[in-house]
Design a binder for this molecule. Structure first.
Ligand SMILES: Cc1ncc(COP(=O)(O)O)c(C=O)c1O
Length: 404
């Protein structure tokens, strides 16, 4: 006999993804005819950025040429070679093709890596504010995400003392996201070195999420480059830099001196890759073209984004009650709002009230972890200047009204 409600696992019931969870109310307003501006999602393709023509052509060709079967679970050999060439060229690191596993987006890479490292009670050190999947997947696998502080006044650089204080016998990995989502921080070379040295001291592998590594407005150093003998599990992909968000392709790579350590982890993650058969084959073909073909779209993208970053940073700081550190990478701003806890009950109330009054969709800061994210909001500076201008004008008059 059926009985309702069906038993849904606690694991799934507890899942959250603030960046998309905020959209429901916005869609309702839009249905009522309101002009809604979505500044919540980090997808360049929703604005005036397009997948490069040669990459689109390569996908179409791959489908026509019948590359439509499953690929090897680890990914197409030619793509794994191209990824190693790119890692050498961009990050100056040596990765062997057998140490690359192609995934359906970095998201799947995060899931596979954490599944391999987390047991019940394991702890994963994650930068706070945090990109939510690192918290969600860690908890999903029975572990605990321990957020380490990043210092707003210092451009959201990791607080090294806090990291050290939070390392325990249960720590299974230290996550570094550089450039960072949601803060737009770019970590100093010295900080990255200190983090990897600390991981080495306690024999903890580093998970380095480098999805924005070619979208930096200052010098960026790859984690594996400074990590010496500390194993680095790198995560990168095609969504942002190669403008392929909807195609879902990424990769995990293993870098470091200790072959044996890496081999064991890699072989276990490969088992996970086999269970899900393979990544999307024609998209892998297109990714080879993305990596080996013209790269000119990257510099034009960075140029456009830099202009939008400068504009957003200036405008946000001119608004009474808002203060923002300068984003140095990626395409996010993460400003602080004065009056959270008094004028607004919390940052969620701020974001909903702002949406109601202005039609602008931001993500509440606590969606990136309550300890370090509260009192803030995250937006993207992806739209063209006129859209950003309209958004900041609305935010400005909203803040003025609320301040009266
Ligand atoms: C830091 C970070 N890692 C991973 C992802 C997910 O990327 P993908 O589209 O490759 O799954 C994102 C997407 O916003 C991100 O910001």
């Amino acid at each position: 006999m059926w009985s309702l409600p069906l038993n849904i696992s606690k694991r799934v019931q507890n899942l959250e993804y603030a960046i998309r969870d905020v959209v429901g109310h916005a869609r309702k307003l839009e249905k009522k005819g309101r002009d809604v501006i979505y500044l919540n999602i980090g997808d360049p393709l929703l604005f005036d950025f397009e997948t490069p023509e040669h990459v689109k052509a390569a996908l179409i060709q791959a489908v026509k040429d019948d590359f439509n079967e499953y690929s090897p679970s680890e990914g197409l050999p030619e793509l794994r070679d191209a990824i190693c060439e790119k890692e050498k060229k961009v990050g100056d690191i040596n990765v062997l093709p057998e140490n690359v596993i192609v995934s359906n987006g970095v998201s799947e890479g995060i899931q596979m890596v954490l599944a391999a490292l987390v047991d019940a009670g394991s702890e994963i050190l994650v930068p706070g504010p945090a990109y939510p999947p690192y918290i969600s997947y860690t908890e999903f696998f029975g572990g605990k995400a321990v957020l380490y502080r990043t210092i707003e006044e210092d451009g959201w650089q990791p607080d090294l003392e806090d990291v050290r204080a939070k390392i325990s016998d249960s720590t299974r990995a230290l996550v570094v996201i550089n450039p960072n989502n949601p803060c737009g921080a770019l970590y100093d070379k010295k900080v990255v070195k200190a983090l990897t040295d600390m991981a080495g001291e306690y024999a903890i592998p580093v998970i380095s999420d480098e999805i924005y590594n070619q979208l930096a407005y200052d010098e960026l150093l790859s984690t594996a480059k400074v990590a010496n003998d500390v194993p680095v599990i790198g995560l990168n992909g095609f969504s942002k830099v190669y403008l392929m968000t909807g195609w879902r392709l990424g990769y995990v790579f293993f870098a470091g001196q200790d072959e044996q350590l890496l081999e064991e982890l890699r072989d276990n993650i490969t088992k996970e890759a086999r269970i899900r058969l393979s990544a999307n084959t024609p998209v892998q073909k297109a990714a080879i073209s993305a990596l080996r073909g013209p790269q000119t779209h990257i510099s034009s993208m960075v140029k456009k984004l830099r202009e939008r970053r400068d504009f957003s940073y200036k405008r946000l700081n001119e608004i009474d009650g808002i203060s923002c550190t300068e984003p140095k990478g990626a395409f996010y701003f993460f400003p602080k709002v004065e009056g959270i806890g008094s004028r607004w009950e919390n940052d969620m109330a701020f974001v909903s009230d702002l949406l109601e009054h202005t039609g602008i969709v931001f993500v509440h800061g606590s969606g990136f972890g309550t300890i370090y994210g509260s009192g803030h909001f995250r937006g993207v500076f992806l739209p063209p200047l006129d859209v950003l201008e309209k958004s900041f004008d609305r935010l400005d008059s909203y803040m003025t009204k609320k301040g009266q």
